[in-house]
Design a protein around this ligand. Structure first.
Ligand SMILES: [Cu+2]
Length: 364
């Protein structure tokens, strides 16, 4: 009789395993491809953009190790948004325990059948069939498990995809192989974001990555800057092939499709630097178009917008500060790799240039 139970239960187990696995994979950073590709496969267009790499400007926080970036632990990245925390709870306290319990139950049933009903001790098999009680149980139990998972799952999806009223809108455009960030409500400023190469791999005028920029293969020359505690609406699209804007610490992943606008959102509450990667195979340098989002105080954000020549909604066009007075990168004053408390490593546009290894070139 129990032989007939195995099929449905194993099928159910496989379904749950698939659900859990896709959740985990969705948040795992893409495996970086061979680093050798960085130098060898760079097409002219991307190289030209990278050559415009600028030193850090008025916002350039030092990332905190372990926050907003992959870590050694086998778990989701620490979540920085309410949606992310809700999703992590769903994963940690509902999906993983359900998968573990079902796996153990099925394993126990299989072992019991294998041992108890082996041919040597049970030569004549039972021909029992159509047991109403057990058929009701094996139909209803999975239904109840699925409903128990569906309720929090649908709540999470609703929370994730109902964008609240946006405070800031960023249009994220995927390109082979870099990102551009446009701020349509802030005077249409546009940021071109390229990965920083390692020392020895740079050509010409680009600057090489330092630990203050972030981890290898994740640090970029120009970060997307957003204010903390504000709803940031992300609109994704692409100029060439399908890319995907993914920021695991904010539980955000949205395809960037040519000719189409997709929408998602996040609200980060803690100032810091959060890294992500393109998460849709988009060509030779797919692994080398990272995403870096710097969350700063709203005042600092307004300062940055003005510095980039933009305006805050409702404000008059701001005076753009004299570029030469702002060439001091904030990161130069911070010990490389040290965790930065909120805004500690950020200097204002009027900061006096300090001793720095970065060339003091004009911005904008
Ligand atoms: Cu891509």
């Amino acid at each position: 009789m129990f032989k007939t139970i195995r099929g449905p239960i194993l099928g159910l187990l496989a379904a749950f395993a698939a659900t859990g696995a896709s959740q985990a994979v969705a948040q795992a950073p893409s495996a970086p491809a061979a680093e050798a590709n960085i130098a060898s496969t760079a097409p002219a267009a991307a190289t030209a953009s990278a050559a415009q790499a600028k030193p850090a400007d008025i916002v350039h926080m030092v990332p905190t190790p372990g926050i907003g970036m992959p870590t050694d632990r086998i778990a989701l990245q620490p979540q920085e948004t309410a949606v992310g925390e809700q999703a992590a709870r769903m994963h940690d306290y509902i999906l993983v325990p359900a998968m573990a319990a079902i796996s153990l139950l099925v394993m126990a049933l299989i072992l019991w059948v294998v041992v108890r009903y082996r041919a040597s001790v049970h030569p004549i098999p039972s021909k029992t069939h159509h047991n109403t009680t057990i058929e009701v149980i094996w139909t209803l139990a999975p239904v109840m498990v699925l409903v128990a998972i569906a309720v929090p799952s649908i709540k999470l999806i609703a929370h994730q995809y109902n964008t609240p009223k946006a405070d800031v809108t960023v249009k994220v455009i995927g390109n082979q192989w870099y990102w551009t960030y446009q701020y349509p409500d802030n005077g249409d400023i546009e940021i071109v974001s390229n990965m920083l190469k390692e020392k020895g791999q740079t050509t010409g005028k680009e600057r090489a990555r330092t630990d203050a920029d972030g981890p290898r293969l994740l640090a970029v020359d120009e970060r997307m800057v957003v204010p903390v505690g504000k709803v940031v609406k992300i609109i994704t699209t692409s100029n060439d092939v399908i890319h995907s804007f993914a920021l695991p610490a904010a539980w955000v992943k949205m395809d960037a499709v040519p000719g189409r606008l997709n929408e998602t959102w996040f609200k980060i509450d803690r100032p810091g630097v959060y890294f992500g990667q393109c998460s849709e195979l988009c060509g030779a340098r797919h692994a080398f178009m990272p995403i870096a989002v710097e969350a700063v105080s709203p005042a600092k954000f307004a300062q940055w917008v003005a510095f980039k020549g933009g305006t805050m909604p409702g404000a008059k066009p701001a005076n753009v500060p004299d570029a030469t007075s702002t060439a001091s990168p904030a990161i130069a004053g911070s010990p490389a790799g040290s965790p930065a408390p909120a805004d500690a490593a950020v200097s204002g546009p009027a900061a006096t240039p300090t001793t720095t290894s970065q060339p003091a070139v004009a911005q904008n």
